[in-house]
Structures are given as structure tokens and as C-alpha cells.
Design a protein around this ligand. Sequence first.
Ligand SMILES: [Ca+2]
Length: 378
Amino acid sequence: MAIYKNKKLLLLIVPALILGTLTVLILRQNSKQPQAGITTGQLKQKEPTQQNQEVRKPTEVIAKNLNIPWELVFLDSSEILITERPGTLLMLKENKKIPVSGVKSVGEGGLLGMALHPNFKNNHFIYLYLTSQTGNETTNEVDRYILEGSALKNRNVIATGIRGAANHDGGRIAFGPDGFLYITVGDAQNENDSQDPNSPNGKILRIKDDGTIPTDNPFGNAVYSYGHRNPQGLAWDDKGKLFATEHGRSGALSGLDELNLIEKGKNYGWPTIQGEQTKEGMVTPIINSGPTTTWAPSGALYYKGSIFFTGLRGESLYQYDTKTKTLKAHFTKEFGRLRSAALGTDDYFYLLTNNTDGRGNPKPGDDKLIKIDANTFF
Ligand SMILES: [Ca+2]
């Protein structure tokens, strides 16, 4: 019968195939042995270099002698706006310094965050986070202006009642993919406020572009997440997930700085839990710096699967790969303290140093704006 015959044939063919495969494998294995003095790595052919390809310099200082810069945004493809903590808004290419009135420059406070409205091209709305003086109190607020040429017009206070202090003023503002404005607010040195959902301090706030409260905010006020100490960086990934950097404990015991995945209404633990500690109803950070390392993390951005964030005390640009869940530090101690990072439309990162506020060791030309080819990180 045909089937019987085939079975017999198979009994002969299968062992022969196995023997043959084994022989080939053994021969291949032997041929993989490197020749004397040459490693297999060196045998690899290099990709031919393309002619006429632009040679990209890894880093380039594009502005010097900035006065304690904090945040930068791209007005268009050629103009960059930079906030300077003492109270000026710098238009870099125009070389114009626009004074911002009502700024109280104290400690970590002053003129801090800045954001352009998603529809800036049509409405010219620009938002500034600044420390001010209200009666006897140091306060923080978010103001909306119309930027006309190099003039700030129609000042409109859209977030107020935020306590300020010499330290822990938060200060980052950014529009999310939902079109709402997110605001990082520090505990202003009163840690009990962080666990109080009725206080704006120690929070990430979320408001509409005119300062009113989105109907689906979790507590009926501006609070989006709570239990924060001093968050200073915001970045959304390509799926709309929000990441935030946060300064951990300071003083004699430093460290335990955090990178958090922020979700609406959640409690991020300060001052009840720190580092890897867990508690029901509280969120432990994705990563923390550990008890003996301090990042003092500030500005953040998302690029090609990684969250990049700057370190002040850590004097580095950190890269957290969301897929491999590993952290790398770049440029450690090369530029000093780093405050903010922004991604240009040209696939370059733009970094602001923070060496002139009395806490750093300024080098000639500080503070600086540094441009870096983003492809060098991969
Ligand atoms: Ca925390």
C-alpha cells in the first residue's frame, strides 16, 4: 500500500535528515571560530558613509549669559522664548527682554513655567507661572497674556490662591493632549497640604485654557493628582500617558527623587510614603533615585519611547526607556545643573543650564542654551 511504503521510506529519511542537519551545524560552529588575532566583531562590514550627508555636531551652545533661565518654548521655527527667574521673558533671536510685572524672585521662586496655547497661531495666548507677593504672603499664580509682537497684553490671572515659599514652588505648566493646562505645584514647605485635596499645594492641577475647572476633574476643583512634594516636570508619551518628575526629601537626608506615571485622582504618597514604600490607596513611583543618589529632577520630555528629564543636583540628562525600564545618565557634570529640556521640530533637544542662581558653579558663559542631536541618544 502506498501509505505503508511511505512510512518505510520515512523511517529511512528522517534519521538521515537528522544526521545531515547535525553535520551541517557542527561544521558551521567550527567555521564561527575566529581567526587568530581577529575578533568576530571586527569582521563586520561597516555601513558605507553617505556622501553629502550633513555632519551633525553632537552638542552646540546656542545662547550664553542667560539670567537664571527656567523654561523655553518655540515661538516658530526660528524664535525661542525663555523665561528668566528674576522676571524677564527673553525673545532670543530678536534679543529682546520683555519685563513681566509682579514677579517676586525669591529662592526657587520667580518667573518659572511657560506654555503656548495649542491654538497660539490664531489666539496668541501665552501662559506664565510666576511667584508673586499677595499682602504679606508669597504666592504663586498662572497668568494668561496675549503676545503681540514683543509685548505682553491683556494680563488675565487664571490660577491663583497657591501658596508660595522660598522653596518647593513647583512651576511647570503644559497643555495635555486633552487640551487642558496642567500645572505642577510644590508643597511650599508645608507637607500637610499635599494630602489635602482642597489645597492646591503639593498637587498637579488641571484647568481649562481660561482657568475654569474641567467637569471631569476628580475633586470638583483644579486638583488632578495629589500627595506630591515638589513636582517640576511633565511629559506625555505617544499614547497620552502622563509622566511627572518630583523632588524627594531634602536636607541632611537627600535622594528618593521620583518619576511617576500620573493618573487622575490618584495619591502619590507624600509625606506618608517615600521611595519604594507602598501603601494602599497610594502610588509608588515607577522609578526613584534611591536613598543615596539625588537627581533633583526638573523638566521632562518624551522622545522615541524614552522619558528624558534634567537633573539639577544630578547634573545630568536622564533617559528612562519605557520599554526596557532602564535608566541612563548623559552629560554628567559636563554642563552643570540642568533645568529644562525641550524637543525642537528639528529633532534636536534644547537644554537650559541652571548654574547662576547661587547653587551651582558657573562656568564662563553660563547660563547656557545647548542644542543636542536627539539621535545621539539611540
Ligand atoms: Ca511619591
